[in-house]
Each structure stands twice: as C-alpha cells, then as structure tokens.
Design a protein around this ligand. Structure first.
Ligand SMILES: Nc1ncnc2c1ncn2[C@@H]1O[C@H](COP(=O)(O)OP(=O)(O)O)[C@@H](O)[C@H]1O
Ligand SMILES: Cc1cn([C@H]2C[C@H](O)[C@@H](COP(=O)(O)OP(=O)(O)O)O2)c(=O)[nH]c1=O
Length: 217
C-alpha cells in the first residue's frame, strides 16, 4: 500500500505548484506517484455543480454551507474506489485538497473554529459514513491570506478560465480559513500535519525524502 499525502492551503497558496515540484522530487527518489486534485472539475457532476454555484449559478445553492459541503463530499465519495486502487498500485498518492478543505472552508464560512460542529460533521460524513481513506500525512502550505490573494489575483489576470470565484473573492473568509487550517494542523486533525512556509522557498527534495519515511496508508 502507498501513502496518501494531501496538500492543503488557501486559494492561491501555491498548492498546484508545490504538487508539481513534489512529484518531480518524489520520482527522483525512485517513488511511483499518482496525483489527483479536488474538486474533480470536468470529471464529476458534483464538482461541476460546485464550480457553477461558485460562479453565481443555481440560485441560492452557494449560500448553503452544508449543501456545498455535501457536494464536495459526494465528489470525493465517487473517487474513493479509485483512490484505494491507486494506493495499491503507487508508492504515493498525492492529493491537491481533500477532506480538510471541506472542514476548513465550511467552518470559516460559519465563523466556527476547528472545535466547531461543522468540522465534526465533515469527519462523520466523509470518513465514518462514506469511508474515505484517512491521509497518512497532510501538508499545510501556509501563506498570509494577503499573499495568497495576490497570487490568486495574478493567476486570474494571466490564465484563462481562472476568474476569481465567490470564495476567492472573499478576503475575510480566506483570513478566517487560514486560522481554521492552523487549528486543524495543531490538533493533528485526521492525521499528522507538516506545516510548510509557502512564502519562502520550499526544499522539495528534503520534503520528498521525509514523506517517503511516512508509514504507508
Ligand atoms: N512560491 C511561489 N512564489 C511565487 N508565485 C507562486 C509560488 N507558488 C505559486 N505561485 C503562483 O501563484 C499562483 C497560484 O499558485 P497555484 O499553485 O495555482 O495555487 P493554488 O493551487 O494553491 O491555488 C500561480 O500563478 C503560481 O504561478
Ligand atoms: C475540495 C474542497 C474545496 N473547497 C473550496 C476551496 C476553494 O475555495 C474552492 C474551489 O477549490 P479549488 O481547488 O481552489 O478550485 P479552483 O481550481 O477553482 O481554484 O472550493 C471546499 O470548500 N471544500 C472542499 O472539499
């Protein structure tokens, strides 16, 4: 069995960039790696509905914290068998966002902390009820909300189809979300968290060797 490793952080933190660099570093160490990003836009009807709701379609759907949380969870539920198969076939399954994104964002939307009701609702729904695999380790790519916002803004201006969505446009939400992520990491929510300073340059070679020492899932 391989290791399920998750990258978490704010919109624009640099998760996708880190994932790309980490794949290269892990392969250089001889590991086989499979990557997947949530939400699975273009592959899951739930993810496509999320995208549309975050771009102001589907009436008041995006206003419902639990409704949106459920769509994210259903997208992952549909991917659970594939993740389990990948864990049997690869040394590392690297995910760009996973269950903790749902915990952090929905808690932030409700002005709750990591000890609040919605974080436990996410755990109960996704881990207990849907039986999603628990990550071997979670990486919090930590950057100030202002820097993540600036990077997301730059990306929106330079890449097509990356106009900021409802969550990305809400600076206060991102600031609260950063706090919930810190709390989840401090509580080792679901598993151990590595905190990475995303404002500095990341030593992906060292990170890769550390991750290969993590117990298999
Ligand atoms: N370490 C970094 N320094 C400067 N810019 C970065 C860094 N990491 C990512 N970026 C840029 O910031 C933007 C957001 O990065 P991305 O990896 O897409 O973030 P995320 O996946 O967390 O939303 C992209 O335009 C990317 O090129
Ligand atoms: C995966 C996931 C994302 N989110 C949020 C985080 C982001 O603000 C938003 C979209 O995810 P994101 O991966 O940032 O997509 P994009 O490619 O559009 O930047 O959804 C949740 O609230 N719960 C989840 O389970």
């Amino acid at each position: 069995m391989g290791r399920l490793i998750v990258i978490e952080g704010l919109d624009g933190a640099g998760k996708r960039t880190l994932a790309d660099e980490l794949v290269t570093a892990l392969r250089a160490e001889g590991a086989s790696v499979r990557t997947l990003a949530f939400p699975r836009y273009g592959k899951s009807v739930h993810a496509d509905l999320i995208h549309e709701a975050l771009h102001r379609e589907h009436g008041d759907l995006a206003e419902s914290v639990y409704g949106m949380g459920l769509l994210y969870a259903l997208d992952r539920r549909d991917a659970a068998e594939d993740i389990r198969a990948d864990l049997r076939a690869y040394d590392v399954v690297l995910l760009d966002r996973y269950v903790a994104s749902n915990a952090a964002y929905q808690a932030a939307r409700l002005y709750q902390g990591a000890d609040g009701g919605v974080v436990e609702w996410v755990r109960e729904l996704e881990i207990v009820r849907f039986g999603l695999p628990v990550p071997a380790a979670q990486l919090l790519l930590r950057v100030p909300a202002s820097l993540a916002g600036a990077r997301a803004q730059q990306r929106a201006e330079t890449e097509t189809d990356r106009a900021k969505d409802l969550f990305e446009s809400d600076d206060d939400l991102q600031t609260r979300c950063a706090k919930v992520y810190d709390q989840l990491a401090a509580r080792s929510w679901l598993s151990h968290w590595y905190t990475i300073d995303g404002a500095a340059s990341v030593d992906t070679r060292k990170l890769a060797t550390d991750l290969l020492l993590v117990h298999e899932t």
